[in-house]
Design a protein around this ligand. Structure first.
Ligand code: MF3
Ligand code: CO
Length: 249
């Protein structure tokens, strides 16, 4: 079921999204050589709690941390660890969210650790821009396939591929709600977009092939061909005046 949010609900959700965005910025600012992914996770959690929010990934289907931190050929769902130290040249995808007063925010970004290769930088730039292409396509009266098409065509025209096995989603009183929001699709196909819909758009882009596999820890998703991968995500509300990004500070 797709839930359209009222103005009152959107105001609460805006706060959840503001906390999510602040936590992501806090985590991203901590990315530097020598820092462990667990240290970054702690900072994010401390920030969310300090703002009156709750880390919404923690215990979600048994997930053990506040953030997912995925490095280089890891696509998503990397588990923070005291044994995992960042190194110069790594690209570090951080995905996290906060719950506030019953509503969820969800956002992600990929950060450079020190100087990264021109190829890594280009992958991050294309992935970030593909998210904005997807957001621009999220217009009331359009369809969910318009979003996927916008992301996919932008990415593939630049020689990269979009992950198919994981998709964006509705977000609200649940972290994951209907509809699914794939990063691929056909214009004019899929669910109709309506004012009051809140969705997380989250392209996962691989430098190589789109295929992914899950590591033996049961969570970490990595590229099958071990190529680099990047991930950007915003929570967005569809309004009569156009899409509005909610995960901003
Ligand atoms: N952040 C993911 C998403 O964007 C969900 C994380 S699942 C968790 O949809 F279990 F890791 F929390
Ligand atoms: Co999400």
């Amino acid at each position: 079921m797709i839930v359209l949010k009222t103005g009152r609900e959107l105001n609460i959700m805006k706060e959840a999204c503001r906390i999510s965005a602040g936590a992501l910025q806090t985590a991203g600012n901590a990315v530097e050589p020598g820092v462990t992914t667990e240290e970054i996770d702690r900072l994010a959690e401390k920030y969310i709690l300090s703002q009156g929010g709750q880390p919404n990934f923690k215990n979600y289907q048994g997930y053990p941390a506040t953030a997912c931190i995925s490095i280089n050929n890891e696509v998503i769902h990397g588990i923070p660890s005291a044994k995992r130290k960042l190194r110069a040249g790594d690209i570090v995808s951080i995905d996290l969210g906060a719950k506030f007063d019953g509503y969820h925010g969800d956002n992600a970004a990929t950060f450079a650790c020190g100087d990264v290769s021109p190829e890594a930088k280009r992958l991050m730039d294309v992935t970030r821009e593909s998210l904005y292409e997807g957001i621009r396509a999220a217009r009331a009266g359009g369809r969910v396939g318009d979003i996927g098409y916008a992301v996919q065509s932008y990415v593939e025209a630049r020689g990269y591929s979009v992950v198919r096995q994981f998709v964006g989603h509705g977000v609200g009183t649940h972290l994951h709600e209907a509809p699914e929001v794939p990063n691929f699709g056909t214009p004019g196909r899929g669910i109709r977009l309506m004012p009051g819909m809140t969705i997380a758009i989250e392209p996962m882009v691989n430098a190589g092939k789109p295929d992914v596999e899950v590591l033996s820890d049961g969570w970490t998703v990595l590229t099958k061909d071990r190529s680099l991968s990047a991930h950007f995500e915003h929570t967005v509300v569809i309004t009569a005046e156009g899409p509005k990004i909610m995960t901003v500070i």
